[in-house]
Write a protein that binds this ligand. Structure first.
Ligand code: RRO
Length: 317
């Protein structure tokens, strides 16, 4: 099994493992970011940051569910200056890439944050979150194609000037026309990767015994993750892989709990795979376990590296 190589390359950065955390999962505090550094995760990705530090929505705001999770965290984070400042320290301790997720609450906030973070050399790339479902009164930018285009226009001027690689965290799409419209926009900008997908927004989980919702914010509505979203996540990875080819990389995210789940994302076209619900439920030890499971499955299949099968999903003719 040691002959099996699961290294990857994202936005020109070398990852020893193609598996790492999704933004939001175990990456808010200094301690959590260091846990990721010490784990088998191939990259450290920060919590989505805003201009000001935020406490987030009232608790309970996350709940484990039978097949995944629901959350309405509301962007709790320590503010963009913190995630910029910690970059140097992370680089001193760990030899893996560090990406910062950005989710400004307004157009202007995003530009301020990106202008600053783009100038920090220890940050290897930015992942612009176009898909937070949990801020009351703030629609998901990725569902508004006009807004997306306007934001990319301004953001890419900055990231190009500063030579900072940019990726996008996308919401799940459910209609082929929407995939095509989004892909058409993305391809006009120097975007290095898209991460598919964020949680399925504004779902509702009900506890029938209690006759009650399971999280407090927004009347119980929240983003769904885990196995509930896996087929949707795979569809998004696959469709964007069909539309973007190898011109823009895809990072798969959604319902990865085992090595075989990660294998399926790569088979659909993903160049790396993020983990959220399983990381929250199991802790950073999940990376070593899923890595072993993925290597074992690849060995059984006779694959030596992920490029041997990436994107090679068979369809029936
Ligand atoms: O913090 C959150 O409530 C949150 C964010 Br920003 C996001 O992008 N996705 C999610 O499921 N939760």
């Amino acid at each position: 099994m040691d002959m099996v190589d699961i290294s990857a390359s994202i936005a020109g950065q070398k990852l020893q493992s193609c598996l790492f955390n999704a933004a939001g999962a175990h990456c808010v505090t200094r301690g959590e970011l260091f846990d990721l550094g010490k784990s088998r995760a191939g990259l450290i990705l920060s919590k989505s940051c805003t201009l000001e530090p935020r406490k987030g929505n009232p608790e309970p705001r996350y709940k484990d569910l039978p097949y995944g999770s629901i959350n309405s965290m509301g962007l709790p984070n320590q503010g963009y200056l913190f995630y910029g400042k910690i970059a140097k320290e992370l680089k001193q301790h760990f030899s893996k890439p560090y990406f910062v997720s950005v989710s400004g609450l307004s157009f202007e906030d995003n530009l301020t944050i990106i202008e600053h973070l783009s100038q920090i050399k220890e940050i290897d790339a930015l992942e612009l979150n176009l898909s937070c479902p949990n801020i009351p009164g703030k629609p998901q930018v990725g569902y508004d194609f006009e807004q997306t285009e306007k934001l990319l226009d301004a953001v890419c001027k900055i990231t190009e000037m500063r030579k900072k690689p940019l990726g996008l965290k996308l919401p799940p799409y459910f209609d082929f026309v929407h995939f095509e419209q989004m892909a058409e926009i993305i391809q006009r900008y120097p975007v290095k990767f898209v991460t598919c997908v964020n949680s399925i927004g504004n779902a509702l989980f009900i506890d029938p015994e209690e006759e009650q919702v399971v999280i407090k914010p927004k009347g119980g509505f929240g983003g769904i993750g885990g196995y509930y979203v896996k087929p949707t996540a795979l569809a998004n990875v696959r469709k964007f892989y069909e539309l973007l080819g190898n011109r823009i990389q895809i990072i798969g995210c959604g319902g990865v709990k085992t090595g075989i789940d990660a294998f399926e994302h790569i088979l659909a076209g993903a160049s790396a795979v993020q983990i959220a619900t399983a990381l929250v439920q199991e802790g950073p030890g999940c990376f070593a376990r899923i890595e072993e499971e993925l290597k074992e499955f690849m060995e059984r299949k006779g694959y030596e590296k992920i490029e041997d099968f990436r994107g090679r999903l068979k369809v029936m003719d």
